[in-house]
Design a protein around this ligand. Structure first.
Ligand code: SAH
Length: 232
């Protein structure tokens, strides 16, 4: 079963963009498919405008609910089992758990905002789930959609060569990942930790676990507290 992504955007040329290269690019058309919907195709009137001035005044423009509704209905007719997402700085912060949930499903319909964002009414009218990729403001939802899709696609069966690498990483265990090393044995006077070249796999596993815990405690007390809360 293919993961089907449909992206609604005013800038379809931004897709697949970086997702057309490397692992995701090789898997495009195999493990996943991507189609873009040009929102302006659903605008009417002489100027085919997809945005208008904000009610109540203020700067910028707002994407029109009627235009967006037509674009969404064309991309995702009734009965489409895929979740509909709106990339938005007000959304639920994207997590590895949600990425994994999406990757196990049939795909996603992703609406990319521009300008000040979308008319609020489209969110309820088309049951959009708002998703944020972090506490900063982008100029549009396209790069946020690329980030989300990159995270999802690498989890699809057959995309990453080594199947294990999906499950041991940062966030999958609730911890940040342990440090990695590779040859040369000595780099600018710094050696690879002796335990990693000891051949003692149980000791290596214990060291990695301890390092992952130390790094998580030091850098992300929020993650650490959540994890200890879970255990208690
Ligand atoms: N006026 C809005 C920002 C609009 S930014 C506000 O203050 O909240 C324009 C578009 O970029 C948004 O509609 C959204 O689709 C996208 N965007 C910006 N920041 C984002 C983020 N952190 N995560 C996901 N999408 C984002």
């Amino acid at each position: 079963m293919m993961f089907r992504a449909s992206v609604l955007t005013l800038y379809p040329d931004m897709f697949p963009g970086p997702l057309g290269t490397s692992l995701a690019g090789r898997a495009l058309g195999e493990a996943w498919s991507l189609d873009t919907v040009f929102i302006r195709d659903f605008a009417t009137g002489r100027h085919r405008t997809a945005d208008d001035t904000p009610a109540g005044g203020g700067p910028g423009m707002v994407m029109k609910a009627d235009v967006l509704a037509r674009a969404i209905d064309a991309a995702s007719p009734e009965g489409d089992p895929r979740p509909r997402l709106l990339m938005s700085p007000r959304g639920e912060p994207l997590t590895q758990a949600y990425v994994r949930e999406l990757s196990a499903g049939p795909g996603a319909v992703i609406l990319c905002g521009r300008f000040e964002g979308v008319d609020e009414r489209i969110i309820a009218a088309r049951n959009l789930k708002e998703v944020s990729i972090g506490d900063y403001v982008l100029s549009g939802g396209e790069m946020a959609a690329l980030v989300l899709l990159d995270a999802v696609v690498r989890l699809l069966p057959g995309v990453m060569g080594h199947d294990q690498s999906g499950t041991e990483e940062s966030f999958e265990t609730g911890l940040l990942e342990y440090p990695h090393y590779t040859r040369p044995q000595v780099f600018e006077g710094m050696e690879i930790p002796a335990v990693l070249v000891s051949g003692d796999h149980a000791r290596i596993a214990r060291w990695r676990r301890a390092e992952a815990e130390r790094i998580t405690r030091e850098r992300r007390p929020d993650l650490w507290d959540r994890l200890s809360g879970k255990k208690a």
